[in-house]
Design a protein around this ligand. Structure first.
Ligand SMILES: Cc1cc2nc3c(=O)[nH]c(=O)nc-3n(C[C@H](O)[C@H](O)[C@H](O)COP(=O)(O)O)c2cc1C
Length: 153
């Protein structure tokens, strides 16, 4: 089995798009994530799968994180936090309970660290939800390596 083809196969599973933000000693770090899922209601747990080659790997270790669920008009923000920084930056920060978060997101899920598991070339970070907010609007989607939008709105 070919790993690149496996990636193509997994791309057929449509997802939303998030930016996960965390505070470091000097700044707020953010990175684009689509491997985000809810795990448990009691306690409230969510999971993000983090590539071992990212800066985020160290940032998220034993650290709070905020999942910012992106809207359909926040594709530039997704690219900004996926290694293609835009100038001027296409978003504004706002203060959340556990750190800086992206204003006008579709939802915010703020977490304290729960546990980390080995996930092969990724690490699975579970967070315990300490605050969540959501708003009406349409999500940014990711399908077969491309951004997409919900049709038939
Ligand atoms: C749509 C999309 C989804 C992504 N999902 C993930 C993901 O779930 N986990 C991950 O580690 N990287 C993911 N990435 C890649 C990271 O966003 C990218 O490597 C980023 O530049 C890492 O930043 P950092 O090294 O500053 O932490 C995704 C990229 C895109 C465009």
């Amino acid at each position: 089995m070919d790993p690149k083809d496996f990636r193509n196969c997994m791309g057929h599973f449509a997802t939303g798009v998030t930016v996960v933000t965390s505070e470091t000693e000097t700044k707020t770090h953010g990175f684009t994530v689509n491997s985000f899922t809810s795990v448990s209601l009691d306690p409230m747990l969510v999971l993000v799968s983090v590539d071992r080659n990212t800066k985020a790997l160290d940032v998220l270790k034993d650290n709070n994180f905020i999942v910012n669920v992106l809207r359909d008009d926040q594709q530039d923000t997704a690219m900004h936090f996926a290694g293609r920084p835009q100038d001027p930056k296409p978003f504004e920060w706002e203060k959340g309970l556990l750190g800086q978060r992206i204003k006008h997101s579709l939802a915010h899920i703020e977490c304290e660290p729960w546990v980390a598991y080995d996930g092969g070339d990724h690490v699975l970070y579970l967070g315990e939800v300490k605050n969540f907010e959501y708003y009406s609007g349409q999500p940014l989607l990711y399908f077969c390596g491309k951004f997409s939008e919900v049709t038939g709105k």
